[in-house]
Design a protein around this ligand. Structure first.
Ligand code: ADP
Length: 163
């Protein structure tokens, strides 16, 4: 069985993420979407809520499972018998950092390969932070995220604005 891992913060999950996840699900027998626990950025959603939102969006992908990880990604890959880390590449600006991570991860565990899927042109500009920015300013986010998570994002933004 060929297992891959798609890591990220998913705060919140966007259609860009879901594109990479569903394409990975076609290439591998099993895909673990790994939500990073110890992110330094101040998140909008708790890890538990990010998992819940992701799970709502992947109901049509039976071979995808959401997990969490902290510590080294290669250790998470090993624990889950993954042979590959799949990452999405949006633009050249993503490249330098991702290239560095891929080389470090290879150094830490040479059994695990990093694969890059290029972004779907439709989602090239899309990131979790852009979605939050648009929502914060009252913009329509329905082209950016799965319909099942729109209300939760709006509500979370409203709650932070009113604090
Ligand atoms: P973000 O940069 O939106 O905060 P994450 O850190 O959660 O996203 O990223 C998780 C993975 O999804 C990374 O491999 C990232 O490159 C990829 N990704 C995020 N948005 C897109 C997109 N619009 N197109 C392709 N890949 C993406």
């Amino acid at each position: 069985m060929r297992i891959a891992i798609c890591p990220g913060s998913f705060d919140p999950v966007t259609l860009g993420h879901l594109d990479i996840i569903s394409r990975s699900a076609k290439l591998f027998d099993k895909v673990y979407v790994a939500v990073l626990k110890n992110s330094s950025k101040k998140p909008l959603f708790s890890v538990e809520k990010r998992i819940e939102l992701l799970e709502r969006c992947i109901t049509d992908l039976p071979n995808v499972e959401v997990i969490t990880f902290s510590g080294l990604l290669v250790d998470c890959a090993k624990e889950n018998d993954a042979i590959a880390i799949v990452k999405g590449l949006r633009a050249v600006t993503d490249f330098e950092y991702e290239f560095q991570m891929a080389l470090i991860n290879k150094k830490l565990n040479r059994e695990v390969e990093t694969l890059f899927l290029n972004t779907n042109a439709k989602y090239m500009y899309l990131s979790s932070s852009i979605v939050k920015e648009v929502a914060r300013n009252g913009g329509d986010i329905s082209d950016f995220v799965h319909p099942a998570v729109i209300d939760d994002i709006k509500n979370a933004i409203d709650a932070t604005d009113n604090r």
